[in-house]
Design a protein around this ligand. Structure first.
Ligand SMILES: [Zn+2]
Length: 328
C-alpha cells in the first residue's frame, strides 16, 4: 500500500456505446487493473449503479481503497452541463442523459470526479503515454459511429469555453444537405463519412442493383450491411466498396486540412475502430489533407500522420490523467 500512496493512483472510466471500461492507473500511465462491462441499453436506469459498481470493482482488483485515489476521471459520450452535472448532449447514447448524475456520483463515492467528452480523454491518453508523447501541438481524431476530435495546444488539451471544442464530425465539408445529422443540421462531415454513412452508401449501392461484393457478403440482404461489410468488400478489391471508403477518407482529409490550417499541429493521430481498416481509408485521408491545406501543399510545414497506439485503453488512461492533472 505504501508504494501506491507514494506514487498515487486514479481511476479512469470510459463510457462507450457498447462497453463501459474502468481502470486503476498509476502516475506513470500504467494500468494496474482493468474491468469492462456492457453498457446498459435494455434498462438504462441501471446505468448509474453499473458505473459505481465498475469503479468499486476495479479498485478492489487493484487492492486500492477509494480513499487512496487521487480522484476519478470520466470520459462521457456527450457534453456535461457544468451547472446541473447532467449530460447536455449525447446524440449517440441518449439514454445516458437520463442516467448520468455527477452530483449523485460524487456523493456516493466521496471523491473528486472530473469529466470530459470521450474523444477528449482519448486524446489525453495518447498525449500522455501513446502516439502523442512529447508533442506540444497535435490533433487526434477518432473515427467510428461518430467523428470525434481532441486538440492539443502548447501541451494542453483545448476544450473551449464550455468543454465543447473539437466537434470535428459537425464541420461542413460538402454541403449536400441531404441527410439530417444527429445534431439537427445537415451537411455535417459525420453524415457523409462516419461508420453509419459508409453503411448507408453500401446499402444504397446494393438496393440500386449495382453489382458489388457488398451485396454478396450479406446474400443480397441490404438491411444487414454495416460499415464493416463495406470495409471487408473494399479489402477484397471490390471497386464499389473501395470508392465509398476512398470518398469517406477524402472527405475526412478535407476536414483535417481545415483543422491543420487553423491549428498548425505537428502531428495528427488517428484512432477509433475505422482506423483499423488501415491504408484503404488512411491514405486517401492523408493525401486529401496534404492536397487541400496550402501550408502542407506548398511545403511550409510537414505534419506527421500516425495511428493511435493505445487502442481501447486510450479512454481510461486519459480519464485517469484528468484526475492527476487536477491534483494539488
Ligand atoms: Zn452534425
Amino acid at each position: 500500500m505504501d508504494s501506491i500512496e507514494e506514487s498515487g493512483v486514479a481511476i479512469g472510466v470510459d463510457i462507450g456505446g457498447t462497453n463501459l471500461r474502468a481502470a486503476v492507473v498509476d502516475q506513470s500511465g500504467k494500468i494496474l487493473a482493468f474491468t469492462r462491462t456492457r453498457s446498459p441499453i435494455a434498462d438504462p436506469m441501471q446505468g448509474h449503479d453499473l458505473l459505481v459498481q465498475a469503479i468499486r470493482t476495479v479498485a478492489t482488483q487493484a487492492n486500492v481503497q477509494l480513499s487512496q485515489l487521487q480522484g476519478v476521471g470520466l470520459g462521457i459520450p456527450g457534453w456535461l452541463d457544468r451547472l446541473s452535472g447532467r449530460l447536455a448532449f449525447a446524440p449517440k447514447m441518449a439514454h445516458w442523459q437520463q442516467i448520468f448524475d455527477l452530483d449523485r456520483l460524487q456523493q456516493e463515492l466521496a471523491l473528486p470526479i472530473y469529466v470530459e467528452s470521450d474523444p477528449h480523454v482519448a486524446t489525453l491518453g495518447e498525449l500522455w503515454v501513446g502516439a502523442g508523447r512529447g508533442s506540444r501541438h497535435l490533433i487526434m481524431i477518432t473515427l467510428g459511429t461518430g467523428l470525434g476530435c481532441g486538440i492539443v495546444v502548447d501541451g494542453k488539451l483545448y476544450v473551449g469555453r464550455h468543454g465543447m471544442a473539437g466537434e470535428f464530425g459537425h464541420i461542413i465539408v460538402n454541403d449536400d444537405g441531404a441527410v439530417l445529422c444527429d445534431c439537427g443540421l445537415t451537411g455535417c462531415l459525420e453524415t457523409q463519412a462516419a461508420g453509419p454513412a459508409i453503411a448507408q452508401q453500401g446499402r444504397a449501392a446494393v438496393e440500386s442493383g449495382t453489382v458489388t461484393l457488398i451485396g454478396d457478403l450479406v446474400q443480397g440482404r441490404a438491411d444487414c450491411i454495416t460499415a464493416a461489410t463495406v470495409f471487408c468488400a473494399a479489402e477484397r478489391g471490390d471497386p464499389v466498396a473501395q470508392s465509398i471508403v476512398n470518398r469517406a477518407g477524402e472527405l475526412i482529409g478535407f476536414g483535417l486540412a481545415t483543422l491543420v490550417s487553423l491549428c498548425e499541429p505537428e502531428k495528427i493521430i488517428v484512432g477509433g475502430g475505422m482506423a483499423d481498416v488501415g491504408d484503404l481509408i488512411l491514405k486517401p485521408m492523408q493525401q486529401a489533407m496534404a492536397r487541400r491545406c496550402y501550408l502542407i501543399a506548398r511545403g511550409y510545414i510537414a505534419v506527421e500522420f500516425v495511428r493511435a497506439q493505445l487502442g481501447d485503453h486510450a479512454g481510461v488512461i486519459g480519464a485517469a490523467r484528468l484526475a492527476f492533472s487536477h491534483e494539488s
